[in-house]
Design a binder for this molecule. Sequence first.
Ligand SMILES: C[S@@+](CC[C@H](N)C(=O)[O-])C[C@H]1O[C@@H](n2cnc3c(N)ncnc32)[C@H](O)[C@@H]1O
Length: 343
Amino acid sequence: MFQPGNGGFCQGTNSFRVRGCSTWTSNRVADKPEKCMNENLKEKIKRGLQSYLPRLWKTYCVLRTPGAIKKTRWIQERLEKARFRRCIKEGKPYFGPIMAARQGAPVRHAYMRALVKQECARIGDRPYRILEIGSWAGGSAITWAGAIQSFNMGRGCVVCVDPWERYLGNLVCRAEVYRAMHEALKSGDIFNLFLHNIRFSGFHSLVKVMRGQSGDILPLLKPETMDLVFVDGAHDYASVAADLKNASSLVCEGGILCGDDLELQLSVINAHHAKDNAAIDYVRDPNTGGWFHPGVTLAVAESFGEVSAWEGFWAVRKTGRSWVKVVAEKLDREDIRVPPHLG
Ligand SMILES: C[S@@+](CC[C@H](N)C(=O)[O-])C[C@H]1O[C@@H](n2cnc3c(N)ncnc32)[C@H](O)[C@@H]1O
């Protein structure tokens, strides 16, 4: 029997582990010529390139060096900056990596759209009212407004609540994306990009902006006046829990409370680990190995238990004093398409 860490034969197979080598090496004779052939082929291609296409060979050699990778990244960044400037100059929405303008997985927006279609068909002939907590560069606001335009003949509105000011605390030093977001908030560039994106989205008459903290604004709004509230503000546990509490009373009977970034539900994760990291934006769960937002997972589970979720987008429906899952089969598969601004 093969012993971990020792070289030796593995029972029932023809293979053995090479001491100090993590991969299995087969001693079947049939494998050897194949390996030799691959090596010969590689050698032939190399010699062919060197003699017949020396420039291509040189480029390949340069690109293989670590410095070259940095250089290509630098070129990519330059190209992205040029694309950003073009969008601003030509009046087109921008949702690329600059300022992390594109947030989260675009596939979630396909489910958001499909949900609005289903709900607009349900409510009949009246405006559909959406409240969004956390708008950043406007990606989700445009998805909601586009859905109202497509499925409710443009009747309705999207109210965006966001202070567009520093909120990431000491997370900023952790990763490049947080640093970029922090800078974009500090300079005010992200609010300007939000305004630009909404203006050139084609739905700007449907979007209303309320700039400020959700904790200050939500209690001022009239209860039960929203058909759908989308919670995507600060992601630490305390903020999500407060937003869910304030948002619950704003949803009308039969309406939807939903949010972003529920990658893993409480039933599958290590709850102790999540509680220890409840103030951190994004961590890896030791049970599943998956990355998730512990604040979102904990607050959602505490308020509603298990909820409906599609690729991280989650939702529940208000029925009387309780909240129930949203029937997934009713989301029209035909409409699970990423909206064009993020496609
Ligand atoms: C993850 S981003 C939102 C992404 C956006 N929904 C999208 O999909 O494109 C989080 C947003 O929450 C906002 N935010 C942070 N704290 C907030 C608070 N207390 N109230 C409202 N928004 C807040 C941030 O300014 C940021 O724009």
